[in-house]
Ligand binder design. Structure first.
Ligand code: FES
Length: 120
């Protein structure tokens, strides 16, 4: 079973292969959304563009490939950014939620998260 390591929340969450990243985050009580998304989001349809996550581990292939929605909506965003609602987990990875407003010590948190071995 893959592990999703949430940097901001300092939590490792085990999930099923192919499980939707947004559903994992919400199930585990993560604050996936910023202010705008918390007020109103599309419920996972790929329309509100508020469920950003950044894949911090090297393995961008740990998530399913970008959907057509993401190719359009994320074309001006970093390659490592994804819409959680459009991404399925294929193997263990490290993610930062709300990368549009990273915590002040985000680089340190990311380095710490990456320094710990991820179970396969
Ligand atoms: S929840 Fe609206 S785009 Fe992901």
């Amino acid at each position: 079973m893959p592990i999703v390591r949430f940097v901001r929340e300092a939590r490792d969450v085990r999930c099923q292969y192919g499980e939707n990243l947004r559903e994992i985050a919400l199930r585990e009580g993560m604050q996936l959304y910023g202010f705008k998304g918390a007020i109103g989001n599309c419920g996972g349809c790929g329309q509100c563009i508020t469920c950003f996550v950044s894949v911090e581990s090297e393995n961008l292939g740990a998530l399913s490939q970008r959907t057509e929605v993401e190719k359009t909506k994320l074309r001006n965003r970093p390659d490592k950014w994804r819409l959680a609602c459009q991404a399925s987990v294929k193997s263990s990875l490290v993610v930062l939620t709300k990368p549009q407003s990273p915590p002040p010590n985000s680089q340190q948190l990311i380095e710490e998260a990456l320094s710990k071995v991820l179970p396969k």
